[in-house]
Ligand binder design. Structure first.
Ligand SMILES: [Cu+2]
Length: 65
């Protein structure tokens, strides 16, 4: 499980876009977006740099914490 802070995630549209971006690199990933805390938990075998790049390509800056 990798946790990211995604400050620009502000609504359900954002969470859907982020989820889609992650699933594009790992279709079997489990993605949990917490809108209140603006965090995303990802359960995936994909390395976190790839996950960050996927979110970045969808215009969301993600920082592991
Ligand atoms: Cu949004």
């Amino acid at each position: 499980m990798t946790r990211f802070k995604v400050p620009d995630m502000s609504c359900n549209h954002c969470t859907a876009v982020i989820e889609r971006a992650i699933k594009a690199v790992d279709p079997v990933a489990t993605v949990e977006c917490d809108l209140d805390n603006r965090t995303v938990n990802v359960d995936s075998a994909t390395d976190k740099e790839t996950l960050i790049a996927a979110m970045q390509s969808a215009d969301y800056t993600a920082t592991p914490y």
